[in-house]
Ligand binder design. Structure first.
Ligand code: NAD
Ligand code: DAU
Length: 335
């Protein structure tokens, strides 16, 4: 494998992956990204021009996708509409990009025999009770809750069907919640960090009891690279890093790390259909492919992420007011 297409490479995890690949391999990378509100070419600054090309375009553009897929050895597919709150207010782009876009890519990969890796989410499995001793595994039944997670589930099932019916050379991964640099300020952790940096109180949905299983984006990247190079075709791998935290604890830790009182946040109206808890059992990835996360200390990872947002206001500043205006228009009010 010498060249890969990374869809959604100007987004949060895609851009982290591109940096990771260019730092750690000899591969050449072409990013295909539509630059929606969530894409930012500034996340790809400073990459080596002899190994990196950026193409602005839509993954549902059949002609463009066919040309790129036919001239590269593999596709790593991150592009998606990714935010649950947006999907509750306007599901249409989620159907178009997550379902039709994925279909367009796998049809092109089928035509050209190109290797495909599909990036997905633990949200396809629904949620767990707070005291459930079980975690999600590769055989947990699908039970998505939101328009976002149901379109991701649909895309996973398309890839699995293309593997079985057409011999698509594909692997899949379902990862838990990522944090780290270059994450859009609509998402929980960067929203609260940039709130406190701009003198606004963090916003916690409902009581803040919901649990997410946090993993650093660089660990997600190393796991995907491991699956791309050593994974078994047709297999699904869950990616996680034993990072369960409830939302209130995360907000309180952010406040502590910036030297503010632990109760300096607001509760706002809860998300409709809000999943209670996600938790990943990633033992298949460990035992079969020998992968391990590097960022096991959430506090240290969060501290580094706060420092990144403090140092990179030019990157997130332009998104902040528009994002908060969108939340206000969606009726998000303090309780
Ligand atoms: P993001 O919203 O930050 O980035 C998405 C990128 O895709 C953007 O650059 C956007 O411009 C691009 N894009 C959107 N529609 C497109 C289209 N039609 N054609 C081409 N490009 C398009 O998302 P993210 O948080 O980086 O998530 C990336 C992938 O990882 C998604 O598939 C998501 O489901 C999955 N995932 C995310 C998380 C997480 O915690 N963020 C966890 C597990 C899995
Ligand atoms: O589990 C993987 C998923 O993680 C990915 O598939 C999604 O693309 C990604 O966005 C993320 O989904 P979540 O809905 O878990 O992430 P979000 O950052 O939106 O919210 C995390 C938790 O924080 C969730 O319980 C809702 C809560 N929250 C969120 C925001 C934006 C708040 O309490 N306040 C907020 O302001």
């Amino acid at each position: 494998m010498r060249s890969i297409v990374v869809t959604g490479g100007a987004g949060f995890i895609g851009s982290n992956f591109v940096h990771h690949v260019l730092r750690n391999t000899d591969l050449t990378v072409t990013v295909l990204d539509k630059l929606t509100y969530a894409g930012n070419v500034a996340s790809l600054e400073g990459l080596p021009p002899n190994r990196f090309t950026f193409v602005r375009g839509d993954i549902a553009d059949d002609e463009l996708v066919d040309e790129l897929v036919g001239t590269h050895d593999a596709v790593v597919h991150f592009a998606a509409e990714s935010h649950n709150d947006n999907s509750l207010h306007d599901p249409a782009p989620f159907l178009q990009t997550n379902v039709i876009g994925t279909y367009t890519l796998i049809e092109a990969c089928r035509r050209h025999g190109t290797r495909f890796h599909h990036i997905s989410t633990d949200e396809v499995y629904g949620d767990l009770e707070l005291d459930d001793p079980e975690r999600f595994t590769e055989s947990t039944p699908y039970n998505p809750s939101s328009p976002y997670s149901s379109t991701k589930a649909a895309s996973d099932l398309l890839v699995r069907a293309w593997v079985r019916s057409f011999g698509l050379r594909a692997t899949l991964s379902n990862c838990s919640n990522n944090y780290g640099p270059y994450q859009h300020v609509e998402k929980f952790i960067p929203r609260q960090i940039t709130n406190v940096l701009t003198g606004v109180r963090p916003k916690l949905y409902g009581a803040g009891e919901n649990v997410r299983d946090w993993i650093h984006a660089d660990d997600h990247s190393s796991a995907v690279l491991t699956i791309l190079t050593s994974g078994v075709l047709g297999e699904t791998y869950l990616i996680g890093a034993d990072g369960e935290q409830n939302n209130r604890a995360v907000v309180e830790l952010i406040l502590e790390l910036v030297g503010q009182p632990a109760d300096a946040y607001d509760h706002v109206v809860d998300r409709a259909g809000h999943d209670l808890r996600y938790a990943i059992d990633w033992s298949k990835l460990r035992t079969e492919l020998g992968w391990r996360p590097r960022f096991s200390d959430f506090r240290a990872g969060l501290e580094a992420t706060i420092a990144w947002y403090r140092d990179n206001e030019a990157w997130w500043g332009p998104q902040k007011a528009t994002t908060e205006a969108r939340y206000a228009a969606q009726g998000q009010v303090a309780l």
